[in-house]
Design a protein around this ligand. Structure first.
Ligand code: PLP
Ligand code: COI
Length: 345
């Protein structure tokens, strides 16, 4: 199969129309068949639920070309499960998990020419999403929905690649006012745009959000979970006592990689922001499908100036090892735990 003529190694993290998307409609209490489409636009009623009460949830995963030239994706079953959890919280029908995985396979296979080649640094970003197309005027869930998957080839989310970024601390809550951060719903991201723009305008790559009840504990950033390494070399993973950190598939996988493959000691516990400002951690990274594992060198805010000594300029040794192992699993050069890699073509 002939690949598209793109400069793969300099792709930004941005949207580019590809050959096909996948679409499936929910009506009269049931999902339809679902099909590929080359129509990349959506037409709906002016009174559709998504436009008024923001019933929308989404997912993000990637397709990779392995060293041996296969196209694979990483743990799509966990995206299917998390999307069902997100949908439940927004009173939307779940998209069946086996249908989700089949749809991912179908749309990635149909766009094989857009999957970046092995070793170029780019991947195919796969974005399943679902929104209310049914009309509502009183505040209530819609009865009609559309599930779609778009795919687009992307480069690194943080422009500097392995160069450590500086982040700041948001004065705002990330999740919607009555909501929770543990679901992947567009409305949570809408609430992060204002603080996000403030942070970017001040030169920071991201916002770190603290827990909304006490503003004491570390939660996560706008688009990625946080990983820390303490002075004893333990991987410390912030845990939310209010269950408001998005259950990152990358983070959950890295906990397994660190424990079972790298033999590291992993501690998942609530982490006070004060521990960071006290200098208790030597490395910090942001992990997610888009972020992969991006090193954080500094955290700066009013009265806060933290440097992570083992990763101030580029990834420290622990983040580097974690990233190499995870990307090796995704590229087929490191043996994957059972069921993690799904072959597409
Ligand atoms: N946290 C937030 C707020 C995110 O948007 C993402 C991206 O999906 C993540 C964490 C990482 O999750 P995952 O590793 O499942 O992509
Ligand atoms: C992802 O990593 O898939 C996300 O959804 C993060 C988003 C900020 C691009």
């Amino acid at each position: 199969m002939e690949k598209q003529n793109l400069d793969w190694s300099s792709l930004p993290f941005s949207y580019r129309e590809t050959s096909y998307s996948y679409v499936c409609n929910y009506k009269d209490g049931a999902w339809g068949e679902g099909e590929l489409t080359s129509d990349h636009t959506v037409t709906m009623s002016e009174c559709a639920g998504i436009l008024h009460y923001c019933q929308e949830v989404f997912e993000g995963l990637k397709a990779y070309t392995t060293e041996s030239g296969e196209i694979v994706c990483f743990r799509p079953d966990l995206n299917a499960q998390r999307m069902a959890d997100s949908a439940k919280r927004l009173c939307m029908p779940a998209f069946p998990e086996d249908k989700f995985i089949e749809a991912v396979k179908q749309v990635v296979a149909a766009n094989a020419s857009w999957v970046p080649p092995y070793g170029c640094g780019a991947t195919l970003y796969v974005r399943p999403y679902m929104f209310a197309t049914g009309v509502v005027i009183g505040v209530s869930p819609a009865t009609e929905y559309q599930f779609r998957i778009l795919v687009t080839p992307v480069g690194p989310y943080f422009k500097g690649g392995d160069t450590a970024v500086t982040i700041t601390v948001a004065d705002y809550d990330r999740a919607a006012p009555h909501g929770t951060g543990n679901i992947k719903a567009g409305l949570n991201y809408a609430m992060s745009l204002y603080p996000g723009e403030k942070a970017h305008a001040a030169g920071f790559a991201e916002n770190l959000y603290l827990d909304s009840q006490s503003r004491t504990y570390v939660e996560e950033t706008g688009g990625a979970n946080v990983l820390l390494v303490d002075k004893q070399g333990n991987l410390v993973v912030p845990k939310s006592f209010t269950d408001s950190i998005l259950p990152s598939i990358t983070r959950r996988s890295l906990v397994t990689v660190a424990t079972d493959i790298l033999g590291m000691n992993v501690i998942e516990r609530p982490v006070k922001f004060e521990e960071i400002t006290n200098g208790d951690f030597v490395e910090c990274g942001l992990c997610g499908t888009a972020a992969v594992i991006s090193p954080v060198g500094h955290i700066k805010a009013e009265g806060v100036d933290v440097t992570f000594p083992d990763g101030a300029e580029t990834s420290g040794p622990v983040m580097k090892k974690l990233r190499e192992t995870l990307t090796g699993i995704q590229a087929g050069t490191v043996e994957a735990p059972e069921g993690w890699i799904v072959k597409i073509a």
